[in-house]
Design a binder for this molecule. Structure first.
Ligand SMILES: [Fe+2]
Length: 596
């Protein structure tokens, strides 16, 4: 039985396909159309999923989409009516420019309805992009509420038979946060926080205030936070308040989204979101930073306070969730679950003992979530699949890579399986900046050793070299380590596995000088623990590097230059040619800069 899952008309459009409960493929549309966080319809992703499964759309029995226009409808209508009444009465606060730039609540609701209409035409859209007739698509279509898809994505593919579950993000289907308990084939929702209250919105609004305007810039603020002092805690406790029952609410005076509407675009292309914070932010913090203004202590301290407040609110909620369920295993999802600093502190600050964060914890992962919500939750088929890695995207044979290298006119060497990791380890130990393109592409935002740039973490200057030659990132952003799973206790203060690079732990004090390029200013590292069962070639590379140097750690950053992570050998060769990378390994082939 084939089930196709889709995240469409929303950021990080994606598709996934499962066969009898086994995950065959999952991929984000941005990797194909090269448009970061691309919204719209995941046309190429659907085509890839079908071809990876070797089936046509007519053989798919169920199609799920992580959006349910009818979910929480009464709440949407009630909210719209209340807001409209307030607007007519002129009672909105904190919105001096409402009349000039706001779309107004009717505009917002109108946008939502037109988006909803698209959901109802899912079969038509699918037929159009696949060149099929609508009648050929026999599958039953399931609309799965956004956060239920998130919860499913963090439970049904987890190793847990029973677990507490938390999905936490901006918004989806009018909800920002949902928690519950998973057991066997059931997920019971225990609570939720509704629009307009959202931790994700606070983080995004503050990210905008700090002069980082792009969709997905929140990670930059997380990287900036350790440089600051959290001296604005009172202010952030005023902006977002905690309530009984694990809940929280925003002080809406600080926001525009609920009163005036914020322009959002979810059509083809990168999503855009208008200004969310209100003028009240300036009352607390002074004027917003413009994009190219210098960063000062004020920005660093705001970032530090925001991060600490997010953690407080999350631990408040998780404390309640533990109390309510008595469980110590946790499945975590939603865009806020990309906050790896928060994730890394969960075991230290809550009673939870094990945490599963699905690699595509954000919205792309809901494509996977709906597949399992249908298969396990709805159809009650037994759970049989645990998602340990994230390697569910396109792969290319050595022969396909060779053809691409020949076409590019590049000189290359070819090694045996055993030689290739030894040679690559030697290259990075010698100081090379290495492109490492192997096997299936990762699902989710992190490159996990198949579409990575890998360098020596012992060299303090490597961060600057990478930024100067390739990444061009803000200098305050850290680079991450990959480490052999069995050695994590030697280098980090926590040992809970982090195979998807979604946990930040403290590097042991005595090890910080050994791996300066991956130790952040506060002594932390966003590590990836690598095991031979999940990625044998990457494991071997790090093991060979460890044998050569005594350090079983490498620096791993995504294979890209201000664009989505590379997908094909062509993308990798293009990136190699336009940057100053020293060597590129594509499967068992290697191209050296000197030979170009
Ligand atoms: Fe979401």
């Amino acid at each position: 039985m084939y089930i196709l899952g889709i995240n469409a008309y929303h950021g990080d459009a994606a598709a996934a396909i499962i066969r009898d409960g086994e995950l065959i493929a999952a991929v984000e549309e941005e990797r194909f159309n090269r448009c970061k966080h691309c919204a719209g319809f995941p046309t190429e992703s659907v085509k890839y999923c079908l071809s990876a499964a070797g089936v046509g759309i007519e053989e798919v029995e169920h199609i799920g989409i992580s959006r349910d226009p009818s979910a929480n409808l009464h709440k949407k209508v009630l909210f719209a009516a209340q807001r409209a009444a307030k607007q007519f009465a002129g009672a909105g606060r904190g919105g001096g420019d409402r009349g000039k730039s706001g779309r107004g609540i009717f505009g917002q609701i109108g946008d939502r309805l037109s988006n909803s209409a698209k959901v109802r035409d899912l079969k038509e859209d699918l037929a159009r992009v696949l060149g099929a007739t609508k009648g050929a698509i026999k599958a039953r279509v399931h609309n799965v509420e956004h956060h239920r898809a998130h919860l499913a994505s963090s439970f049904y593919v987890s190793p847990f038979e029973r677990a507490a579950l938390l999905s936490i993000d901006g918004f989806g289907d009018f909800i920002s946060t949902m928690w519950g308990v998973g057991e066997g084939n059931e997920i019971e929702v225990l609570g939720q926080v509704e629009y307009p209250h959202s931790t994700g919105i606070v983080y995004t609004a503050t990210t905008q205030f700090l002069g980082f305007p792009h969709y997905g810039d929140e990670g930059k603020v997380m990287g900036l936070a350790p440089y600051g002092v959290p001296r604005y805690m009172d202010e952030f406790r005023e902006i977002i308040r905690t309530d009984e029952g694990g809940r929280f609410r925003l002080n809406l005076d600080f926001f525009r989204h609920h009163a005036e509407g914020v322009e959002m675009s979810w059509d083809e292309g990168s999503p855009t979101i208008g200004r969310i914070f209100s003028d009240e932010y300036a009352r607390l913090f002074g004027p917003p930073r413009e994009k190219n203004d210098p960063l000062t202590d004020r920005e660093r301290d705001i970032a530090a306070s925001l991060q600490q407040r997010l953690e407080e609110v999350a631990f408040h909620l998780l404390g309640h969730l533990h109390e309510r369920t008595g469980l110590t295993d946790l499945g975590l999802s939603g865009g806020v679950a990309y906050n790896s600093v928060m994730n890394g502190k969960i075991l230290l600050n809550t009673p939870f003992k094990r945490v599963y964060v699905q690699p595509a914890a954000g919205d792309s992962g809901t494509a996977l979530g709906v597949c399992y919500q249908v298969y396990n939750g709805l159809l009650k088929r037994p759970r049989s699949f645990v998602m340990e890695g994230a390697y569910t995207g396109p792969e290319f044979t050595d022969e396909e890579i060779r053809v691409e290298l020949e076409r590019s006119g590049l000189t290359y060497e070819t090694y045996t399986d055993r030689e290739v990791t030894r040679r690559a380890a030697r290259d990075i130990a010698d100081g090379a900046v290495m492109g490492w393109f192997q096997g299936r592409m990762e699902f989710g935002p992190r490159a996990l050793g198949n579409r990575s740039i890998v360098v020596d973490p012992r060299r303090a200057d490597m961060k600057e070299i990478l930024n100067e030659r390739i990444k061009k990132r803000e200098p305050f952003r850290p680079f991450a380590p990959s480490i052999l799973e069995e050695r994590v206790g030697d280098y980090f203060e926590q040992t809970h596995p982090a195979p998807t690079m979604l946990m930040v732990y403290q590097v042991r004090e005595e090890r910080r000088a050994e791996i300066p390029a991956v130790t952040h200013v506060d002594g932390s590292g966003r590590l990836q623990t690598v095991s031979p069962g999940v990625n044998p070639r990457y494991y071997q590379l790090i093991a060979d590097f460890g044998e050569l140097t005594g350090t079983p750690v490498v620096l791993n950053t995504s294979f890209n230059e201000n664009e989505p992570v590379v997908c094909t050998p062509r993308h990798a060769i293009d990136c190699f040619l336009k940057t100053r990378m020293d060597v590129l390994y594509l499967g068992n082939h290697a191209v050296r800069r000197a030979a170009v």
